[in-house]
Ligand binder design. Sequence first.
Ligand code: NAD
Length: 378
Amino acid sequence: MSFTRFVGNITDSNGCVDKAQTVMSKTILITGGAGFVGSSLAISLKTHYPQYKILVLDNLKRRGSELNLIRLKEAGIEFFHGDIRNPEDFNVLPAVDTIVEASAEPSVLAGINEPPSYVINTNLLGTINCLNYAVKNKSDVVFLSTSRVYPIEKIEQIAFEETETRFTVSAEQTLEGMSENGLSEKFSLEGYRSIYGTTKLCSELLIQEYNQFYDLKTVINRCGVLTGAWQMGKVDQGVIVLWMARHFWQQNLGYFGYGGAGKQVRDVLHIDDLYRLIDYQIHNLDKVNNEIFNVGGGNEVSVSLCELTEFCRNITGNRVSIQSVPENRQADIRIYITDNSKVSAATKWKPEIGVQKILEDIYIWLKDNENSLQHILK
Ligand SMILES: NC(=O)c1ccc[n+]([C@@H]2O[C@H](COP(=O)([O-])OP(=O)(O)OC[C@H]3O[C@@H](n4cnc5c(N)ncnc54)[C@H](O)[C@@H]3O)[C@@H](O)[C@H]2O)c1
């Protein structure tokens, strides 16, 4: 452990006070810390725990991540320009108490119509480098995994119904791990899942081995769609921001797949809701050690594309032309709803921020940062 010093009692932002726990000043490394999730978690942690030393490592591969460097600096967070694919890049880092592994090539289409080397080298070999660094320093590891570890063909077998604006999960389900509450950790892992999902699942398996044999404390979060301000949404990743940005700048969109009516559904989690969970996990890792959790907005915070259009029209006052393309796109899925039962039972965490507020936050961010963002998002 790097340096730890007593500074008082802890109340985490999840509202869970752990009397047995005292606040130590921690050093936390966030890999991918200039990205959407990484920078948001880094800034929230520093805001809630000003005494902590927060370091971020990022190779700035994601377009727009460079914009976060100013925010990180202003928040008092130290940036290391490095690449998790290179073990040497960890040598300059000090020992840390906790690593939040949030670096990735996060697109489900990565490596499908292009060589898979970048996504595999970052998401799998890079994660192994993070784990080795964690072993060296006896750091705890919080891992950002994905709902995309679940296989595409099985997800496509989920029984659904169709309403005017969306597909819904039927009350009667035959697949193990699937219910009207959504998809739980008991859902099958048999079948192809995309190169992206596979790199994440492989990393998860190794994390469990490191936990067992190298005494690492770890927790894995299989997140559904995450969103919020500072997500550099693009066609293949970050659909909620993409949708709002296209309305904001009045650019065309398309409903691709599943008949082209925009009825496919995802649950969505606001980054601030994710933060409350990660905060809890960092400070209560013994309680969640070696666990794997599905984490998402759940049924209550879910939206179809055509419903998303309606939200964006109402918030921006703009209508954009939306093309309809009935044919499905590669690696797409009809519906994904997270069953948060396990994570909620273990941590008392649940999502609190609804779709309207999520979209308003994104809109305000676009408006406030129009000049710098238009080069990236327009
Ligand atoms: N955003 C989502 O909807 C979502 C959903 C599920 C899981 N996740 C996971 O959350 C994590 C964060 O995703 P995000 O949405 O912030 O993506 P992001 O692209 O905004 O951030 C990832 C960051 O990692 C950096 N990076 C990429 N390759 C790197 C490398 N080799 N070395 C160092 N840095 C590198 C990028 O420059 C970027 O800043 C990822 O692990 C992703 O798989 C995200």
